[in-house]
Design a protein around this ligand. Structure first.
Ligand code: BGP
Length: 479
C-alpha cells in the first residue's frame, strides 16, 4: 500500500475512566461514570445514586494504569506510537467541579504521564471531557442543563491549557459530543453531560438545551486555548456512523439524508460556528424552547475548531417502509443500527464491519468541512484467548484494522483527504464504555483481568502488537 505523509500521526486511543483506575486516589472525586455499575452483553449499565461497596464498578480499578503508567507507556514506545490519544479526568483536577482551586496531585499525575510519553517520543493528544464530569456537578447543578457548568468547564480547560501548554499541542473538547442525539439510551446524556431526563420532559428538547451549553463550553475552550498558546491545534470530536439508504428508492435516500442530521448537527456548529437551518426548523416545528443569551452567537463563531476528530466503528442502514429503524439495543450501545445490511458482516457485539464506510466517511466529512480530519477511534471489540504458552492470536483484529487502514490510505492518496492521524481505539485492553465489560477487548496488549475484576493485571503482547509496530515502521506501506 501507499506511504502516508511523513508527519502522519500513527497512535493509539484511550480514555481516563476506561483504563486509569485510581478512581479515588490522590484527591480525585467521583465522576458520572464512577457510579455506573458493570453491564454485560445485552444488559444495560446502571446509574446508581451512591457508590455501594458491595457493587462492582469496572471503572474504579480498570487496568490500573494509575500505578502502571511507566510500564504501559514503555510498551507504547516499543510499539513505536507517534502519539497517544487519552483524556484528562476532569474530577481528578476538580474533584467536585466547582472548587476555586484545582487539585495539585491530579495535575501532577498528568505532568508525570505527559513527561513519560514525551520521553518515549509519543505526542499526547488530549480530550478534555471523555464522559468524566465530576459527579457533584451532575447532582448539584444538573450537569450541562446549567450554564454554570459552562463556566466550570471553561475554568477546568484553562487550568489544563496553562499547566500543559509546553507538553500538549493537540486538544479536543468533548468526546463524541453528538452521542446524546440518541435520546433512547440514557447512558449517553448521563455520561456526555451529567443529565437525566425527568418524567414529563421532552428528551430531545432537554438534549438540545444541554447541547447548546456544551457547544458554548467547547467554543469558549477553543478561544481560550488559542489565546494561551497560538500553536495549539484545537479539535472537536464526534462519533460518526454513516447511515446508508437501504435501496435506490428516493424515500430511502431521503430518510438516510435526514437521519444523518443526528450525526452532523454538533460538528456543523463546532466547525462552521453557527446553527444549521434544519435544526432551527426542527425547534420551530417541534416547539422546542432553546434558551440563547446575548453573545452566544458570537461565542460560537469565535470558537470554530482547527480540526475534526471522530470515531468510526461501523455503518448503519435505514429503510423508509419499516416501522422502526432505531433498533439500536444496549449491546450496540443503543446506536440506531437500523436494518440489516445484506452486504456486510457484524462483530460479536452486532457492530457492522465496513471498511469502505470509513473511506466514504472521510470523503463526506472532508467535503462538508474542508478542514483536517483525525480518526481518533476505530477498533474491533472481540473476545481474545490467552493460550497456554502465553500467546494471544488476534487475526480478526489484524484483518479489521488492515482493511480500515487500506480504506483511509485510499482516502488520502486517491481522494485527497487531509488526514492528520489514526489512533486505533483501546491500544491496550480496557473497560468497554457501553457494556462495562473487559471481555470486549480492543487492545494489541492483553491485560489479564475479567468482567468481575479478577486477574493478575499482567500485560502480554498480542500478535497485533508486532503487526502494528511494523505498520508504523513502514509508515503504512506494509500492512
Ligand atoms: C466510543 C467511546 C469510547 C469507546 C468506544 C468503544 O463511543 O468514545 O470510549 O468505549 O466507543 O465502545 P465500547 O467500549 O462500548 O465497545
Amino acid at each position: 500500500m501507499s506511504k502516508m505523509p511523513e508527519d502522519f500521526l500513527w497512535g493509539g486511543a484511550l480514555a481516563a475512566h476506561q483504563f486509569e483506575g485510581g478512581w479515588n486516589q490522590a484527591g480525585k472525586g467521583p465522576s458520572v461514570v464512577d457510579v455506573m455499575t458493570a453491564g454485560a452483553h445485552g444488559v444495560p449499565r446502571e446509574i446508581t445514586e451512591t457508590i455501594e461497596d458491595d457493587k462492582f464498578y469496572p471503572n474504579h480499578e480498570a487496568i490500573d494504569f494509575y500505578h502502571n503508567y511507566k510500564e504501559d507507556i514503555a510498551l507504547f514506545g516499543e510499539m513505536g506510537l507517534k502519539c497517544l490519544r487519552t483524556s484528562i479526568g476532569w474530577s481528578r483536577i476538580f474533584p467536585k467541579g466547582d472548587e476555586a482551586e484545582p487539585n495539585e496531585e491530579g495535575l501532577q499525575f498528568y505532568d508525570n504521564v505527559f513527561d513519560e510519553l514525551l520521553k518515549h517520543g509519543i505526542e499526547p493528544v488530549i480530550t478534555l471531557s471523555h464522559f468524566e464530569m465530576p459527579l457533584h456537578l451532575a447532582r448539584e447543578y444538573g450537569g450541562f442543563r446549567s450554564r454554570k457548568v459552562v463556566d466550570f468547564f471553561a475554568k477546568f480547560s484553562e487550568v489544563c491549557f496553562n499547566r500543559y501548554k509546553n507538553k500538549v499541542k493537540y486538544w479536543m473538547t468533548f468526546n463524541e459530543i453528538n452521542n446524546k442525539m440518541d435520546v433512547n439510551n440514557p447512558l449517553f446524556l448521563w455520561t456526555n453531560s451529567g443529565v437525566v431526563v425527568e418524567k414529563g420532559e421532552n428528551a430531545k428538547e432537554v438534549m438540545y438545551q444541554t447541547g447548546h451549553h456544551e457547544l458554548l463550553a467547547s467554543a469558549l475552550a477553543v478561544s481560550k486555548g488559542r489565546e494561551i498558546n497560538p500553536e495549539f491545534e484545537m479539535g472537536a470530536m464526534v462519533s460518526h456512523v454513516p447511515i446508508y439508504p437501504y435501496s435506490s428508492n428516493p424515500e430511502d435516500v431521503m430518510l438516510a439524508e435526514e437521519s444523518m442530521r443526528q450525526r452532523y448537527f454538533f460538528p456543523d456548529v463546532q466547525v462552521r460556528g453557527y446553527y444549521p437551518t434544519y435544526a432551527l426548523k426542527e425547534f420551530e416545528r417541534e416547539g422546542y424552547t432553546i434558551k440563547f443569551e446575548d453573545g452566544d452567537e458570537e461565542i460560537l463563531k469565535n470558537g470554530k475548531v482547527d480540526y475534526l476528530g471522530f470515531s468510526y466503528y461501523m455503518s448503519t442502514t435505514v429503510k423508509s417502509d419499516v416501522e422502526n429503524n432505531n433498533t439500536g439495543d444496549i449491546v450496540n450501545g443503543g446506536l440506531p443500527n437500523g436494518v440489516e445490511n445484506p452486504y456486510i458482516k457484524s462483530s460479536d457485539w452486532g457492530w457492522a464491519i465496513d471498511p469502505t464506510g470509513l473511506r466514504y466517511t472521510l470523503n463526506r466529512l472532508y467535503d462538508r468541512y474542508q478542514i483536517p480530519l483525525f480518526i481518533v477511534e476505530n477498533g474491533f471489540g472481540a473476545v481474545d484467548t490467552l493460550e497456554e504458552d502465553g500467546s494471544i492470536h488476534d487475526p480478526q483484529r489484524i484483518e479489521y484494522l488492515t482493511s480500515h487502514i487500506e480504506a483511509l490510505e485510499k482516502a488520502v492518496t486517491y481522494d485527497g483527504v487531509d488526514l492528520m492521524g489514526y489512533t486505533p481505539w483501546g491500544i491496550i485492553d480496557i473497560v468497554s464504555f457501553t457494556t462495562g465489560e473487559m471481555k470486549k477487548r480492543y487492545g494489541m496488549i492483553y491485560v489479564d483481568r475479567d468482567n468481575e475484576g479478577n486477574g493478575s493485571m499482567k500485560r502480554s503482547k498480542k500478535a497485533s502488537f508486532d503487526w502494528y509496530k511494523h505498520v508504523i515502521q513502514t509508515n503504512g506501506e506494509e500492512l
